[in-house]
Design a protein around this ligand. Structure first.
Ligand code: UT7
Length: 354
């Protein structure tokens, strides 16, 4: 039986540190409020016009590829998870392929849009491709440049203070070693909650506009046939910024994190006592602490770095996993549990025998 294993991993965060006090210069918030509710002390922002979601991904990917002991040309498939792409389309997968200089091989590149659980979704897809024998060197990246599209006024404070920029990558390869590598993955969603954490404009939904307000794209009658992709109202009402029902997200997150971790343990016949290291999506330190308590894990069994980087959505798990590994906290034979919950709502888990 072939399993997939993480053969190399890497991360990149921009140099520019933005503290809670920096944010408080533009909006009504405070270091005390942010730390108390989220645990976040600071986050990184990419340098605009110099860095993008893809350029950060490239830096993380190169480290992962090198650590796997292969070259860029050996990568035979790319999976890219992000909610903050360089372009509306095409997705970042092909841009990363170009940045890595591996266009000659014309390998496939897949874009994943599952927000905070994008990395787990990508891991699950990669795992199936490797198990089936289709690919042997899959590059999976989560990268986000939130800073390019946040509301820095008080109106956006409940969302903006949480997010940060960064990228993480893993290189997945097959292993024949029994009970090693990715043991199981579990994916879930519930679209009933789609708008509870969302950036809904611009888009094809067509709501939120007055006839006079329509941008004229040349349609005969835009109110009937289109021309509603972008409107002044969308800008005025802040609909081009992410919106979040924080309390609802929090309440669902703590329940679903626990459920999906238990699902993975049950599937593999393992128990919470077997977990060596839990690397949760870095959504909010209070959520991670809640999960830690639920499973009775010690501090050294849960890895958190949200204090330094904020919530980097699809990048948060690979960044945290890489840091944990670099610090010697993930070792051969360890049972590593990954879990995420976020916009969609979508959530998932993975168990990896390192
Ligand atoms: O990874 C994606 C998934 N996202 C998450 O997992 C986030 C989950 N949710 C959360 O982490 C929390 O809901 C937040 C940290 C976002 C917010 O904490 P909360 O305790 O749920 O606050 P709230 O939104 O209910 O707001 C409470 C008060 C409100 O003021 P009033 O109406 O009571 O006067 C907010 O306006 O706190 C206010 N508030 C702030 N005050 C200072 C909201 N954001 C801020 C802020 N600074 N940044």
């Amino acid at each position: 039986m072939t399993n997939s294993r993480i053969a190399g991993l890497g991360y990149y965060v921009p140099e520019n540190i933005v503290t809670n006090d920096d944010l408080a210069k533009n909006m009504d918030t405070s270091d005390e409020w942010i730390q108390e509710r989220t645990g976040i002390k600071e986050r990184r922002y990419a340098t605009k016009h110099k860095e993008t979601t893809t350029t950060m991904a490239k830096k993380a990917a190169e480290i992962a590829i090198e650590r796997a002991g292969i070259t860029n040309e050996d990568v035979d498939f790319i999976i890219f998870a992000t909610l903050s792409p360089d372009y509306y389309f095409p997705g970042c997968g092909v841009l990363l392929q170009r940045e890595l200089g591996i266009t000659k091989t014309e390998i496939g590149a897949l874009d994943i849009r599952n927000q905070c659980s994008g990395f787990i979704y990508g891991l699950s897809v990669a795992d199936q491709f490797i198990k089936s024998g289709m690919y042997k060197n899959i590059l999976l990246v989560g990268s986000e440049m939130h800073s390019m599209g946040l509301d820095y006024k008080t109106s956006g404070r409940n969302v903006t203070v949480i997010f940060g920029d960064g990228a993480g990558a893993v290189l997945l390869q097959p292993t024949q070693e029994e009970k090693k590598g990715i043991l199981t993955t579990h994916l879930h969603s519930n679209g009933i909650f789609a708008e509870e954490l969302a950036l809904i404009s611009p888009g094809t939904h067509g709501g939120y506009h007055d006839k006079e307000d329509l941008v004229d794209f040349g349609f005969p009658d835009p109110s009937e046939h289109g021309g509603i992709f972008a409107t002044q109202t969308m800008l005025d009402d802040g609909l081009m910024f992410p919106n979040m029902n924080g309390k609802l997200v929090f309440k669902n997150a703590v329940v679903k994190f626990a459920q999906v971790i238990n699902e993975a343990l049950t599937k593999t016949g393992l128990s919470k006592e077997d977990i060596s290291m839990l690397v949760p999506h870095q959504a909010n330190l209070r959520i991670s602490q809640f999960i830690q308590k639920t499973f009775g894990l010690r501090d050294d069994q849960v890895f958190n770095n949200i204090q330094k980087y904020g919530n980097t959505t699809a990048a948060s798990i690979p960044i945290a996993l890489t840091e944990a590994w670099e610090q010697g906290k993930v070792n051969e034979g360890d049972l590593v549990c990954l879990a995420a919950f976020g916009s969609g709502f979508t959530w998932g888990s993975a168990l990896i025998r390192w």
